[in-house]
Design a protein around this ligand. Structure first.
Ligand SMILES: [Fe+2]
Ligand SMILES: [Fe+2]
Length: 182
């Protein structure tokens, strides 16, 4: 098989599609933004004395750091050179406690859409290595992130349940899920 000079020259340096890599760098910024957003929600509950929801959102924020690290490690592994992207400041209006849960689901849906864009780029660029890695890491993880976000929105939406009980239920379930993942 004759591999073109262009392909040889490119892949001697780096094993990732250019557009795919650019979108992954962009995703670093989104994951770090999600971290900051969830830390903001943690603060919201801390100042309102709902420590268990503070702990829950710190946990969610820590996961965002982890997602960003997966990307960073992969770009290093593929020998892609880049500079860290800017992360937008959190400008968010929190209407009430329930609103954080709605905003969390919406943010995770947006994140899934962004990741699908990267998957599509990898497909277009015939970058099956990154395509495969994306399925195993970010795509798989988004299934869980969206699922638990929807689940806790339902818990928080129960009209006849007080916030201490909601906090207890959410944190206990979240911690059990995290422990099961390890
Ligand atoms: Fe994430
Ligand atoms: Fe997760």
């Amino acid at each position: 098989m004759n591999v073109s000079n262009e392909t040889l020259e490119k892949r001697r340096k780096s094993a990732i599609g250019e557009k795919t890599a650019e979108l992954l760098v962009r995703q670093i910024s989104h994951e770090l933004y999600n971290h900051a957003l969830y830390r903001t929600f943690a603060n919201y509950f801390a100042v309102r004395g709902l420590d268990k929801l503070e702990t829950y959102y710190i946990g969610r924020a820590d996961e965002e750091i982890e997602h960003h690290e997966w990307i960073v490690d992969r770009l290093n592994y593929a020998d892609y050179e880049y500079a860290y992207p800017a992360v937008a400041a959190v400008e968010v209006e929190i209407k009430d406690k329930l609103d954080t849960f709605v905003q969390t689901v919406d943010k995770e849906i947006e994140t899934t859409e962004l990741i699908y864009e990267i998957v599509n780029a990898a497909k277009e660029e015939n970058d099956w290595e990154t395509f495969n890695w994306l399925q195993e890491t970010l795509v798989d993880e988004q299934t869980e992130e969206e699922h638990i976000s929807r689940k806790y929105l339902k818990v928080a939406s129960q009209e006849d349940v007080d916030w201490i009980t909601i906090a207890e239920t959410v944190l206990t379930d979240y911690e059990e899920g995290q422990a099961a993942d390890e």
